[in-house]
Unconditional design. Structure first.
Length: 511
């Protein structure tokens, strides 16, 4: 069974993709740090860097965004990277591309208003990566407002479907300077569905331009689909069996979104009603805990070490308890560990959302044939990844260099913050993360353990954070369940520790 679980809390939404009961992909979306990739903004040029042919642009999203001259000029390669696909274009790029500017100052001036789109999330202190090559993506089509290319994704391999779609989009009555790309899902769409979507995308673009001219200063003009809508469309496009959510309003919204696509795929959308938290029932919580650890044990007894440096991630494969002590084939035993590690590495990269340069140190193997087996296994496992990946060969020392597209903050960056106890050399969970945990723990105590008289004790700093609105929310949540909740602080507690006591007998309660 292929299914998506949506866990909705007051501060975050978590998306988990399960394949035959095993967690294969995870997205954590926090309300305070929502994803902005695909959003279109009216920006203002704040600074031009001539030496690197780039500019900083204020888009009113915290840190200024960053744009390079290659993201301003017509650049089809950027569309390929954004949608993780190859485009089969019907035009000669050199004929339709305009004159190339040699210096960014010929295009942008300080304080100039610009229309830009986010192609890469802000990470840490780095602002968002921007482009002026706008693309408005629908389910079946991508509208290119400033690019005349019309073509079909090479991921549609059937020749008949390709020819039909090419002929169809060429016949669309669109402004001459606008292009269209047929996405993979368009192979199953009817002409009427494509025409309707092309019209909707064009209307969206007209609305964006009108807002740009009406607005003064940096502003959001168009917002990409949120995580809930993307989950429903993913289930339909990839023919998943079920979508399960533990929030009733989200359940209703998913049902409403699905109505438009009911004829395409019989998807089960269900509301999770059990008292046990959904992510605990399906062992997702345990997998998330594993995904933030440095050491990961594998079923065979081998284990992986994940370490981050300033320049790269390193993954070390170790034989561990599975090391052969008998007279068997040691080489084949090591190959089995490496093959298992290749699959687990691909899965952990998705769950942890690790991006950038990655070095995998597999256990040394003498045979080049065995090295090729492990390398092919890694490449095969990485094909399931939606992020763009490049994998080089294996060196004589068993090292594999690879890169993975960095689209948003890693799981570690989302959940943890620098630890004040050790000046940033370690990690503790942020106050927001603990507040989310407290909310879940309170639900468990009331619903599963029938505790209705509670006192929550936290570190004073965490208590001050909860004063900003979380205490009122927790009070209301407890009251709805006919429970009473009190708050207290204790400066001897660790920043991440919190304790629930029963106000009836003063005893500590394990949450």
């Amino acid at each position: 069974m292929h299914e998506i679980l949506l866990n909705v809390e007051s501060k975050e939404t978590r998306y988990a993709y399960l394949r035959y009961g095993q967690l294969h992909d995870l997205i954590v979306d926090r309300k305070k740090s929502r994803q902005i990739t695909g959003n279109v903004y009216r920006g203002r040029v704040t600074n031009i860097l001539h030496n690197i042919q780039s500019a900083f642009i204020d888009i009113n999203e915290g840190e200024n965004g960053f744009i390079h001259i290659s993201d301003i000029l017509e650049n089809t390669k950027k569309f390929e990277e954004m949608f993780d696909m190859d485009f089969d274009l019907d035009y000669d790029i050199t004929k339709v591309a305009g004159p190339k500017a040699k210096d960014i100052s010929q295009i942008l001036k300080p304080d100039q208003p610009v229309l830009v789109q986010v192609v890469k999330e802000p990470i840490g202190t780095k602002g968002a990566r921007l482009t002026s090559n706008i693309s408005i993506a629908g389910r079946y089509l991508v509208l290119l407002p400033n690019n005349p290319h019309r073509g079909v994704s090479r991921k549609i391999e059937d020749r008949g479907s390709r020819d039909r779609l090419k002929k169809l989009i060429r016949s669309f009555e669109m402004p001459q300077d606008m292009g269209l790309i047929c996405r993979t899902a368009s192979a199953q769409a009817t002409p009427e569905m494509l025409i309707d979507e092309a019209t909707d995308l064009h209307n969206t673009w007209v609305s964006i331009v009108e807002k740009f001219h009406r607005t003064n200063g940096p502003a959001l003009l168009f917002e990409e689909s949120d995580l809930i809508k993307r989950a429903v469309l993913t289930c339909i496009d990839k023919k998943y069996d079920r979508l399960l959510t533990d929030d009733y309003s989200t359940y209703q919204r998913c049902k409403h979104l699905y109505q438009k696509y009911e004829a395409e795929h019989p998807l089960k959308i269900e509301f999770y009603r059990d008292k046990m938290p959904m992510f605990e029932r399906f062992n997702v919580e345990r997998e998330i805990d594993r995904a933030v650890r440095r050491k990961i044990w594998m079923p065979s007894g081998g284990y992986l070490y994940f370490d981050r440096t300033e320049a790269m991630y390193t993954i070390d494969v170790n034989s561990g308890r599975s090391a052969s002590t008998g007279s068997g084939d040691v080489e084949e035993a090591l190959v089995r560990i490496n093959l298992e590690a290749a699959e687990e590495i691909a899965r952990q990269l998705r769950l942890r959302n690790i991006g950038g340069l990655i070095i995998c140190d597999f256990i040394d193997m003498r045979s080049r044939k065995n090295q090729r087996r492990v390398l092919e296994k890694l490449k095969e496992a990485m094909k399931e990844d939606s992020a763009k990946c490049t994998i080089l060969g294996m060196s004589e020392f068993g090292l594999v260099e690879m890169t993975r597209q960095r689209s948003r903050e890693s799981l570690t960056q989302t959940i943890f913050t620098a630890c004040p106890y050790c000046a940033g050399s370690g990690l503790v969970k942020s106050h927001e993360s603990i507040a989310v945990e407290i909310e879940r723990a309170l639900k468990r105590l009331i619903q599963c353990q029938n505790q209705y008289a509670l006192k929550l004790v936290t570190h004073p700093e965490l208590g001050r954070y909860l004063d900003s609105g979380d205490k009122d929310f927790l009070h209301k949540m407890a009251s709805k369940a006919n429970a009473h909740l009190e708050f207290a602080s204790n400066d001897s507690l660790h920043l991440n520790d919190y304790i629930f006591y029963s106000t009836l007998n003063g005893q500590k309660i394990d949450a």
